[in-house]
Unconditional design. Structure first.
Length: 417
């Protein structure tokens, strides 16, 4: 398609001959082949990247379609001038011209994919976008690459969310409590419901195409945040980033895309119960800025543009790299509504016996500090890292593996450290 006179192609497509009923595919070993139907698991779809009016095609497994000086079409693990094809539009269809001046061509016999000097019918192709669960996956990938994050609504239905919540409830005795939050870590090996989330087909398609085909899972954990506790007990907001960025020493890291994080909404986050917020890391001369390596003044300046993390139950929010995150935004907001003397006493440490939340509840005529379920939403977070990064957790596969689909089992084994 064309937008404003420029050729615009989805980020994930299949390439099909316009006259021969065959698709161009790149197999896992890097060989170029053709099939009459692409696989249902979408591994045959290719990632595209535009460089001006030229395009590259990269497989799910990381091989680029390549054309050298001969008529042979091969693949490489890198992208240079031989892997960039000029797009030529003819009769509303696509032709792809290699650096040597020849056109990508389809034949009915092996080798199916070759190069020809002239552009005729067998050199014309159609492109089809990757659609999964009625979602254009390439558009999600494009948004993620351009903005650093993307929200995908309704990726899980009510039954799937309930399955995850029921599985999570089995591990209450393993919860870690820290005032305003309750966490359960190292979930991957605890139940197949969590492994299904970690290997969700759409997440895998996006993650492996934007991070690395050899990426590993770093952590999978849940966090339930008590908004009432945050607003009445905590006195300041803190910010953090995911592993490996949170463990780095000054000056941090140059690579701002070592990780992709998927945050699953097991409850709806709305203005009434949300204390989560996010902001893109500030840019520094040595890479993305990190909260732990920034002064209080730098942190205060960076978080002025923070946005609340709001989302529907069953949605997933994806973000690249060290996004600054907080689940205690609004700390101490409740006591700020009181008279000046009460606020002064609170700030100066002249607090009455007991917690401030107890006092505020008593003043407001409310029951003591029982957490209200509607104010305690739960998120589940999966983080994937580049193959050269040591994962945060040394995860294991859940048992029995047979409860997972064959595709999920294969993907899980590739993700494990």
């Amino acid at each position: 398609m064309c937008r404003n006179g420029k050729i615009s192609i989805d980020k994930i497509v299949t390439v099909r001959s316009s006259v021969i009923p065959l698709y161009v595919i790149i197999r896992q070993d890097g060989s170029v082949d053709a099939v009459d139907e692409v696989a249902e698991d979408a591994f045959d779809f290719l990632t595209t990247a535009m460089v001006g009016n030229k395009i590259s095609f990269r497989s799910y497994y990381g091989h680029y379609l390549s054309a050298g000086d001969s008529d042979t079409v091969t693949t490489t693990r890198y992208c240079s001038s031989n892997e960039l094809f000029e797009i030529v539009m003819k009769d509303h269809q696509y032709a792809f011209k290699a650096r040597n001046g020849k056109f990508l061509s389809m034949r009915e016999t092996a080798p199916f994919v070759t190069l020809q000097s002239e552009c005729a019918e067998t050199e014309l192709f159609q492109l089809f976008s990757l659609m999964m669960q009625n979602i254009n996956v390439g558009q999600q990938l494009e948004t993620l690459e351009k903005t650093g994050s993307v929200m995908i609504d309704a990726l899980l239905d009510d039954e799937q969310v309930k399955k995850v919540c029921d599985a999570l409830a089995q591990f209450k005795d393993q919860q870690g409590m820290s005032g305003h939050e309750v966490t359960v870590t190292e979930l991957l090996g605890k139940h197949t419901a969590f492994a299904e989330l970690a290997t969700h087909p759409i997440i895998m398609q996006i993650m492996k195409r934007v991070i690395s085909p050899s990426a590993k899972i770093s952590s999978l954990e849940s966090c339930q945040t008590d908004a009432d506790f945050v607003r009445k007990e905590l006195e300041e907001t803190t910010w953090s980033v995911v592993h490996p960025y949170k463990s780095l020493e000054f000056p941090g890291a140059v690579d701002g895309q070592m990780s992709l994080t998927a945050m699953w909404f097991l409850d709806e986050l709305h203005e009434g119960n949300c204390t989560w917020a996010w902001v893109s890391p500030p840019k520094t001369s040595t890479g993305p800025g990190l909260p732990a390596l920034s002064s209080p003044e730098e942190v205060a300046g960076a978080v002025k543009s923070a946005k609340p993390l709001l989302g529907r139950r069953g949605a997933v929010w994806l973000y690249l790299g060290p996004m600054w995150m907080s689940n205690n935004v609004g700390a101490a907001s409740f006591w700020k509504e009181y008279d000046a003397l009460t606020r002064y006493k609170h700030l100066s440490g002249q607090k009455p016996a007991g917690s401030f939340r107890t006092v505020t509840n008593e003043v407001a005529g409310k029951a003591p500090m029982d957490s209200k379920p509607e104010l305690c939403p739960t998120l589940l977070q999966a983080t994937y890292v580049r193959e050269y990064v040591v994962p945060q957790d040394i995860s294991k596969a859940p048992t029995p593996m047979s409860d997972l689909s064959e595709t999920a089992q294969k993907e899980l084994l590739r993700l494990l450290p």
